[in-house]
Design a binder for this molecule. Structure first.
Ligand SMILES: Cc1cc2nc3c(=O)[nH]c(=O)nc-3n(C[C@H](O)[C@H](O)[C@H](O)COP(=O)(O)O)c2cc1C
Length: 402
C-alpha cells in the first residue's frame, strides 16, 4: 500500500545516496516528502530533492507557515527515515531539540522512525554518540548500524551509510510490520552463517558449491529488523552487505569454523545457513596444476573438514539455540531427522535441493524439525519470510531475560 514517507537528509557526505533511496521509495509508489537540513543542502541542492520527489522542499519551519508543516509532516507520516543521520542529528534527536523542520518532524512523528547514521568511526564511537544512540533505541527508534568501508576521505572503518537498497529493505519491513511490534529480538546477539565455502586446489581452482548466500542474508536482514545484534559470517557471497550487521568474510570451511566459533561464544542463537565444503584437497599446489601431455588427469586426494555444527553443539552455552541446515537431494525429511539427532542441534531446516532448486532462488520451501519432534512445514515463500518463520521458532526457545 502506498505510504506517506518523510525522508530526512542530514549534512553528511553520503547525502547523495539518499537520492537513490528516494527513487526506491517513489518507484514503489510511495509519496515522499524530503526534509533536508541546511547542511544537507550544501551537499545536494533543493532542486534535486524537489524534482525527484515531486514535492516542495524546505529545511526550516518558516516556509508555507499557513500549513504548519513543522507539526503536520510528522503527524501525517507513516514512516520517517533519516539517511544519512549525522552525529549532530542523533544528538539533537536524543535531546529533543527542534531548531529546523527535520528535528521538529522527529518530535511530532508517532509513526516508526528509522535513522541510518553515517559518520567517521571516531564520531560513531564517541561516548556522546554511543549514549545518544542508546537513548534513541530505548525510545523505540530503529537506529541502523552503519556499515564498515570507505569513509569520506581515504580512510576506511565503521561509519559508512549502508547501501540504499538495504535501508529500503529495512524501511519496507517497518512499513509492513511496524518497528516496535517486531523488536522481539532486541538485546539478543545472533550469529548467522551464509554462502558456500571454497577449498583451494591451486591458485586458480577450488572445490565449492552452489550456495548463493541469499537465504543466510535473509536471516541476517530479518534478525536486524527484529532488533538483534547480528554477526554475519559470509563465505564467498556476492550480494550487497545487509544494513546493520557485523560482517565477517571467510573463504574456506576452516575459516568459517574459526569465525563462527569465535562469534558464537557469547551468542543467544546461531543459524548455520552456510554450506561448508565437507572435504578439502589434502594438499595445495602453489603453482597452477598443469595438464599433462599424456592426457592423464591428476588424482585429487581429499581430507574431511571439521564438522562445524558438531563443534558448535559441543561448545554451546546454556540457553543458546542452535539451528542447522540440511540440503538434501532425496529423502530430505528422513535424512534431516537423522542429521539433527547426530549433531545435537535444536532445529534443522531441511531443504530439498537440485541444480535449479533453492540455490540462488529468491524463494524457498523447507521443513523445520525440532529436537522435541515438532515438525513445521514452510511452503514456498520469499526467503526473508521463511527466515522470519524460523526466527519465530527460535524466539520461542530463547530463555526469557531476567
Ligand atoms: C565534507 C564534509 C563531510 C561531512 N560528513 C559528515 C558525516 O558523514 N557525518 C556527520 O555526522 N557529519 C559530517 N560532517 C559534519 C556535518 O556537516 C556537521 O556536523 C553539520 O553541522 C551537520 O548538520 P546537520 O546535522 O544539521 O545536517 C561533514 C562535514 C563536511 C564539511
Amino acid at each position: 500500500m502506498p505510504a506517506e514517507i518523510v525522508l530526512g537528509v542530514g549534512g553528511g557526505i553520503a547525502a547523495y545516496k539518499a537520492c537513490e533511496l528516494l527513487r526506491l521509495f517513489t518507484e514503489s509508489g510511495h509519496r515522499v516528502r524530503v526534509v533536508p537540513t541546511a547542511s544537507a543542502l550544501r551537499f545536494v541542492g533543493a532542486p534535486t530533492w524537489a524534482a525527484l520527489s515531486g514535492r516542495p522542499v524546505a529545511d526550516d519551519v518558516w516556509s508555507d507557515v499557513h500549513e504548519v508543516p513543522h507539526v503536520r509532516l510528522g503527524q501525517h507520516a507513516d514512516l520517517v527515515v533519516v539517511a544519512p543521520a549525522t552525529a549532530d542529528l542523533l544528538a539533537k534527536a536524543a535531546h529533543g531539540l527542534a531548531d529546523d523542520l527535520l528535528t521538529n518532524t522527529l518530535l511530532t512523528a508517532r509513526c516508526p522512525v528509522l535513522l541510518a547514521p553515517a559518520m567517521h568511526t571516531e564520531m560513531w564511537e564517541h561516548p556522546a554518540t554511543v549514549a545518544n544512540v542508546a537513548t534513541l533505541r530505548s525510545r523505540g527508534v530503529r537506529v541502523i548500524e552503519p556499515a564498515v568501508g570507505r569513509l569520506t576521505g581515504r580512510d576506511t572503518g565503521k561509519g559508512r551509510l549502508p547501501d540504499p537498497a538495504e535501508i529500503f529493505a529495512v524501511a519496507r519491513r517497518a512499513l509492513a510490520r511496524g518497528v516496535e511490534a517486531e523488536a522481539d529480538l532486541a538485546g539478543r546477539h545472533v550469529v548467522v552463517t551464509a554462502g558456500g565455502t571454497r577449498e583451494p586446489l591451486d591458485p586458480v581452482r577450488f572445490l565449492g558449491n552452489r550456495s548463493s548466500g541469499k537465504q543466510g542474508y535473509a536471516f541476517a536482514r530479518a534478525a536486524v529488523a527484529r532488533g538483534a545484534r547480528v554477526t554475519l559470517v559470509a563465505a564467498n557471497v556476492a550480494l550487497p552487505d545487509p544494513a546493520g550487521v557485523d560482517l565477517v568474510r571467510v573463504g574456506t570451511t576452516e575459516e568459517l569454523r574459526d569465525a563462527t566459533l569465535a562469534a558464537a561464544a557469547g551468542a543467544d542463537a546461531v543459524v548455520m545457513a552456510a554450506a561448508p565444503a565437507d572435504f578439502r584437497p589434502a594438499s595445495y599446489a602453489s603453482g597452477k596444476i598443469k595438464k599433462s601431455d599424456d592426457g592423464v588427469a591428476p588424482a585429487i586426494e581429499l581430507v574431511t573438514n571439521p564438522d562445524i555444527a558438531v563443534e558448535l553443539g559441543r561448545r554451546r552455552r546454556p540457553g543458546q539455540v542452535l539451528v542447522i541446515f540440511a540440503a538434501e537431494t532425496d529423502d530430505a525429511e528422513a535424512n534431516g531427522r537423522a542429521k539433527l539427532a547426530r549433531k545435537g542441534a535444536d532445529m534443522i531446516v531441511v531443504n530439498e535441493v537440485g541444480v535449479d532448486k533453492v540455490f540462488g532462488a529468491d524463494t524457498n520451501a523447507a521443513t523445520v524439525i525440532s529436537a522435541d519432534g515438532a515438525v513445521h512445514r514452510l511452503p514456498e515463500q520469499p526467503k526473508e519470510a521463511l527466515a522470519d518463520a524460523v526466527w519465530d521458532l527460535v524466539r520461542q526457545r530463547l530463555p526469557s531475560r531476567s
